[in-house]
Structure formats: C-alpha cells, structure tokens
Design a protein around this ligand. Structure first.
Ligand code: GSH
Length: 212
C-alpha cells in the first residue's frame, strides 16, 4: 500500500493531530509543506486540496480528504496498528465529546486567544489584545475543568489506551503551556497535569515536535 500524503506545516495544531495519529499507528507518510499563513496565501494549487484554505489536507490510495476529524478516523480505520477509537459506545462518545471540546472551544481560547496573544504577539513586538485574553480565561477554565471531569481513570483520557482524544488535546496544550497563566491553571487539575506529563514523553509527541 502506498504511503499517505499529508499537506500542511509542522507548526499547525491540526496538522500535528494527524501526524500524531499516523505516528501512533506507525504509518509512514510524506509531509508536503503548505504554509497557510504565507504572505500572499498558500500556493494556488492548494485550493484544489482544501477549498476552505485550511491545513491539513490528506491523500491516500485515491482518497482525498480535508478536515482533521475524517482524516484521523480514516487513518485509524484504514491502517493496522493499535486502534485509536474505543469500541464501547460510551467510551467512544466520551472520546468524541473531548474532540468536540477541543474543536469548538479549547483550540480558539487556549491557542489563539491566550498563547498567540500573550506569547507569540509580544515575541513579534506586537501588542496583546488584553480584552481578548480576559474573555478567553474563563473559557479556558471551563475547558480544563470539563476535561478533568471527563477524563477516565488510567493513563490516557479515555482510560488505559491512547485514543484520538489524546491526539487532539496534546498539540493544543503544547502551545497553551507556554503561556504564563497556564501553569497555575493546569495545577488546579492534577489528573490533566499528570496526563500532560505522560503525553509529553510519548514517542509520537517527541517525533512531531514543530521545527521552530
Ligand atoms: N476544521 C479544520 C480546522 C483546521 C485549521 O483551522 N487549521 C489551521 C491551522 S492549525 C488553519 O489552517 N488556519 C488557517 C486560517 O485560519 O486561515 C480541521 O479540522 O482540519
């Protein structure tokens, strides 16, 4: 079977989610660089891969996909290796609920509103939008307390087996933890802090570290 091709950049949270899934499944893949934030936009051909101009896009054996949710579920189902989705309906629903929290609330609040505003923008000499940060903090608190409540006992979010829930949350926390306020917020949720310590040591996580 041919290796899949992933289009995107290693700095992207969503590209890293797919890369983590591929690494966990031990699937070799080609990463075709697409910088979605390049001046002047991504290359014109990329619109054919992703009409909404987001990263990632994905291709394998004549199947062309965009949107991380279908991509990682395809990766899990089309390749061998350890399953990344639990079988029991309740467990699978809990996994999908965590994915929904990351997609709908955590990505925006923890990455764009807190990390970008308080770490990347000052790093580039730009001014932090403090109102945006202030609005995001309670959303981030709710995300962390809900993740903490939903986390099952065991090493990973849905128990003893790593799943797509872990793969979704890790790249978001990798940015969020760089913000000054993150440490105290994570300390209030020891089960999420312990999970984060384990995730950071995972081979897949180390292998997908952004290049800068
Ligand atoms: N719903 C998309 C979201 C992907 C997404 O937002 N990717 C970001 C990079 S992490 C992006 O392409 N942003 C470009 C932009 O917002 O213009 C998915 O699940 O794949």
């Amino acid at each position: 079977m041919h290796s899949p091709t992933l289009y995107g950049s290693d700095y992207s949270v969503y590209v890293r989610i797919v890369r983590l899934a591929l690494e966990e499944k031990r699937v070799a893949y080609d990463l075709v660089p697409v910088d979605i934030f390049a001046q002047g936009g991504p290359p014109a051909w990329y619109r054919g891969r992703h009409p909404f101009l987001r990263i990632p896009a994905f291709s394998h054996a004549g199947i062309d996909l965009y949107e991380t949710g279908p991509i990682v579920r395809y990766v899990d189902e089309a390749f061998g290796g350890p399953p990344l989705q639990p079988i029991a309906p309740g467990d699978r629903a809990a996994m999908n609920q965590i994915i929904g929290i990351v997609d709908s609330y955590a990505y925006r609040a923890l990455v764009w509103d807190i990390y970008v505003e308080t770490v990347s923008k000052p790093g580039r000499g730009e001014t932090t939008d403090t109102e945006r940060v202030a609005k995001a903090v309670p959303v981030a608190e709710t995300c962390l307390s809900e993740l903490s409540r939903l986390k099952r006992s065991g090493r990973w979010l849905i128990g003893e087996d790593i799943s797509l829930a872990d793969v979704y949350l890790a790249p978001v926390l990798a940015y969020f933890e760089k913000a000054d306020i993150a440490g105290a917020m994570l300390d209030r949720h020891p089960n999420i802090s312990a999970w984060w310590d384990a995730m950071r040591e995972r081979d897949s996580f180390i292998a997908t570290e952004p290049s800068d």
